[in-house]
Ligand binder design. Structure first.
Ligand code: NDP
Length: 240
């Protein structure tokens, strides 16, 4: 029987307490990986996985989390930089605080989620990093200049990391979801939601599990061993 080869691999998912992150944790767990997730709070998260409270905007906090995860589960093979936030508004109305918050979590937070682990991955010459970007980072979106900038930035970060990591056998890719049903998109007004749904050729929002499968593929040392520096779109043909 073939498998994605994630059994017993130690994989860390940031922002794994709910939404897309929780779906990723669940799928990886079911595939036999040793899964840890970090979040601002871990209660209510997957009881089978190791939950560690850590803030992706704080490198010290992520370094402490990395030490705990490695201590309890062993050397880390995979990182899923999933934690993300929105502070949406039209460009003229965005405040410096809106910019700082989104840049700190979505862009610097991705770097700080990877940094504590990367040297170990290079030494072991094995690893796969997946960052969650967004359709907004590739196509842009009204009211999301700050968010889109960070999600485009994450793609550049993964492409550079793919080139740096190649000689160490460490891959880096991004998944760019379209509109997915989570608490993040619950904030969208009903009339706007209907308008967006009509724009999606699949005529529906995606499910968190549909992102999780794309992440599992990119983590897999079997299925995606020669895929690096790529962006995998999962959006029902909303943007191709
Ligand atoms: P949710 O808001 O449902 O979940 C995000 C999770 O990240 C929450 O558990 C949240 O914790 C956590 N988080 C927020 N800030 C931090 C932080 N500083 N440190 C650690 N954890 C943090 O979002 P989604 O599941 O919808 O989104 C997951 C990722 O997918 C994000 O990067 C998002 O930008 C991206 N994405 C989502 C799309 C969608 O349509 N939903 C579309 C495209 C991309 P808490 O509960 O404490 O707030």
């Amino acid at each position: 029987m073939l498998s994605l080869g994630l059994e017993d691999k130690v994989i860390v998912v940031t922002g794994g307490n709910r939404g897309i992150g929780a779906a990723i944790v669940k799928l990886l767990q079911e595939m036999g990986a040793k899964v840890a997730f970090t979040d601002l709070a871990t209660d209510g998260g997957n009881a089978e996985a190791l939950g560690v409270v850590a803030n992706v905007t704080d490198l010290e906090s992520m370094t402490a989390a990395a030490a705990e995860i490695t201590d309890k589960l062993g050397p880390v093979y995979g990182i899923v930089a999933n934690a993300g936030i929105t502070k949406d508004n039209f460009f003229p109305k965005l405040t410096p605080a809106d910019w700082d918050a989104v840049l700190n979590v979505n862009l610097k937070g991705v770097a700080y989620s990877i940094k504590p682990f990367i040297e170990g991955m290079y030494e072991r010459k094995a690893g796969s990093i997946v960052a969650i970007s967004s359709i907004s980072g590739e196509r842009g979106n009204v009211g999301q200049t700050n968010y889109s900038a960070t999600k485009a930035g994450v793609i550049g970060m993964m492409k550079s990391l793919a080139r740096e990591g190649a000689r160490y056998g460490v891959r880096a890719n991004a998944v760019a979801p379209g509109f997915i049903d989570t608490e993040m998109t619950l904030a969208i007004r009903e009339d706007i939601r209907e308008k967006i749904t009509k724009e999606i050729p699949f005529r529906r929002f995606g499910k968190p599990e549909e992102i999780a499968w794309a992440v599992a593929f990119l983590l897999s040392p079997v299925a995606s061993s020669y895929v690096t520096g790529e962006v995998l779109r999962v959006n029902g043909a909303h943007h191709t």
